[in-house]
Design a protein around this ligand. Structure first.
Ligand code: NAI
Ligand code: MG
Length: 464
């Protein structure tokens, strides 16, 4: 077991102000794999001061210099991809192959995309007799979750640095080890002292101190709706910018003309990936009444392929396992029909949850309304297209979704009626440049690509 005692502040690793520690638990067997310092408001304050002091210099660098630095950071992340994948597997629990392609691979692509955007983005525009300068917002407080622990760090830090902002990161307490690796990569890439800072710690302490710090100009948060609401309220009271990426309850709408077998197979894979801990997962499958029984059979067979410990890992923590099992029990209690999985532990050790599929889920059930964040799929029945739209839009969330139809035009016509920030058409591929973020209570703001960069900029108009 490794005992880490430093936090990355002002360009070096230094001990925490207090003596508190956080135990990092490996969810595959419940054993403690490392400890990291539990930072306090004093550590946050030191990090924010360092970020403020570094801001004028960093904000004044030429975009090409920021691009070169992000290229160096991307190269560091690529060079250490194996170590990153192994670390995420150890602290989050996802199978190693998934950690390699997704947890280690996507951050390299996203960091690279911001290296290119920093070089090509128009940080100045002409509007009539004005020149509009797009300037960095300032010091960013980034608070990230554990489910895609490195991706969510890079999706905030890379655009912030590209914009000329400086950053203090408070990563999730469940997955601080990959955040430490990220800080090592930033250091090795030559990020100047104070431009990027890392404070590990608990949400209600270090996280709350960062969100409420008067030296922070923008808080960018990804996590639960409950915490997002608090951070939004704090930011509102302090009149500071805020970006919130919160939960989802996305719909996978299979229209009658679609390739049913493919739509169901991709839909099940989407929900089981990362043990269901994906905010944009399509956790509600909407199927026409006439194809319903066939879809349920296909989904049941598809779920059986996700053997716990092989194709699907544990969930992140004992608390998350208990929360997910509670939802499964509630689903049974409310009368949904369990066709795969269930609340029982599929393995003697570790925080595993059986890949679970419910049929006969109605739109008002808890299963169809609340974010479960585990490997649980609900299959709902619709009668016609208007009914499908009503069900798909019938939650407080609007983060993602999918539409399947015989041709793209039919799927697009349906997608236009969805209240959601992202829709995959007939199994469309992930695009690291497409804006990601929510309608309704799924959040405020967008991440990734040029829209994600714009979140970290503010305008200054010069009139001539
Ligand atoms: P959380 O919202 O408590 O944690 C996310 C981040 O917020 C962590 O870094 C945490 O330390 C920090 N945090 C917690 N309380 C804070 C506070 N008062 N002030 C500032 N920062 C604070 O999420 P948690 O408890 O780990 O997961 C609970 C549920 O949230 C999940 O079951 C899932 O439904 C949802 N969730 C959604 C995510 C998404 O990607 N949108 C990611 C993680 C969780
Ligand atoms: Mg929490």
């Amino acid at each position: 077991m490794k005992q880490h005692d430093g936090m990355y502040i002002d360009g070096s690793w230094r001990p925490a102000a207090g003596s508190g520690t956080i135990e990092v638990v490996g969810p595959a067997d419940g054993k403690v794999i490392a400890t990291v310092p539990a930072g306090s408001d004093r550590d946050v304050d030191a990090a924010v001061r360092a970020a403020r002091a570094a801001l004028p210099g960093w904000a004044a660098t030429a975009p090409a210099a920021r691009a070169a630095l992000l290229t160096a950071l991307r190269d560091q992340l690529a060079a250490r991809a194996d170590e990153i994948a192994e670390t995420v597997t150890a602290e989050l629990g996802s199978p190693l192959a998934f950690s390699r392609t997704v947890h280690a691979g996507i951050p390299v692509a996203v960091c690279g995309s911001y290296a290119e955007l920093a070089a090509s983005y128009a940080f100045e525009e002409r509007i009539g007799n004005s020149t509009v300068l797009l300037e960095p917002v300032g010091v960013v407080g980034a608070i990230t979750p554990w489910n895609y622990p490195l991706h969510q760090i890079v999706a905030k830090v890379a655009p912030a640095l590209a914009a000329g902002c400086t950053v203090v990161l408070k990563p999730a307490e469940d997955t601080p080890l990959v955040a430490r690796l990220f800080a090592e990569c930033a250091d090795a890439a030559g990020v100047p002292a104070g431009v990027f800072n890392l404070v590990t710690g608990l949400g209600p302490e270090a996280g709350a101190a960062l969100a409420g710090h008067e030296g922070v100009d923008l808080v960018s948060f990804t996590g639960s709706t409950a915490v997002g609401r608090k951070i939004g309220a704090l930011a509102g009271a302090a009149v500071k910018r805020v970006a919130l990426e919160l939960g989802g309850k996305s719909a996978n709408v299979i229209l009658p003309s679609a390739d049913l077998a493919r739509a169901v197979a991709v839909g099940v894979a989407n929900v089981m990936a990362n043990s269901g801990q994906t905010c944009s997962a399509w956790t509600r499958m909407l199927v026409h009444a006439e194809q319903y029984d066939e879809a349920v059979e296909l989904a049941t067979a598809a779920a059986a392929k996700y053997v716990p410990g092989e194709r699907i890992g544990p969930v992140v923590s004992a608390g998350q396992r208990d929360r997910v099992r509670g939802y499964i029990e509630q689903g049974i209690g409310q009368g949904a029909r369990l066709v795969a999985g269930g609340p029982d532990a599929p393995r003697p050790d570790g925080y595993y949850v059986s890949p679970t599929v419910f049929a006969d889920v109605t739109p008002d059930m808890t299963l169809a309304q609340e974010e479960i964040f585990g490997p649980v799929l609900s299959i709902l029945r619709y009668e016609d297209e208007d009914d499908a739209v009503r069900i798909a839009n019938g939650t407080v969330y609007g983060l993602a979704g999918a539409v399947w139809a015989g041709d793209d035009a039919e799927a697009v016509a349906f997608a236009r009626r969805l209240e959601t920030g992202q829709v995959d058409i007939n199994g469309g591929r992930f695009n690291p440049l497409a804006p990601f973020g929510g309608y309704k209570q799924s959040g405020i703001g967008r991440e990734l690509g040029p829209h994600g960069l714009a979140e970290y900029l503010q305008t200054k108009s010069l009139q001539f």
